[in-house]
Design a protein around this ligand. Structure first.
Ligand code: FES
Length: 105
């Protein structure tokens, strides 16, 4: 089963192969915004894959279009609802402005 290490909290979870990263996070009380409900229609679930990027499912054109809207885009950015757990990865959840005042993610 693939392991996902969520940073900056340093929480590691093990999930069934094929589980969307968004679900893996939410099921383990790790907050990732997901305004469109995981339908590839926003960019609020933007994550950065810090390790294991190469083994993941390929990015689709729709995902690329949505990612273009994401703040702080990097070469290894993905949408958490569109990328499935397949291999061990390290995921960085970018801190969003509304969370600077509290510690909820
Ligand atoms: S939740 Fe909207 S694109 Fe992932």
């Amino acid at each position: 089963m693939p392991k996902i290490l969520f940073m900056p909290k340093g929480i590691e979870v093990e999930v069934a192969e094929g589980t969307p990263i968004l679900d893996a996070a939410l099921d383990n009380n790790i907050h990732i915004d997901h305004n469109c409900g995981g339908n590839c229609a926003c960019s609020t679930c933007h994550i950065i894959i810090e390790s294991g990027f190469e083994g993941l499912n390929e990015i689709t054109e729709d995902e690329e279009d949505m990612l273009d809207e994401a703040e702080g885009l990097t070469e290894t950015s993905r949408l958490a609802c569109q990328v499935m757990a397949k291999n061990d990865i390290i995921v960085k959840i970018p801190k969003i402005e509304s969370e600077w005042d509290n510690d909820t993610f």
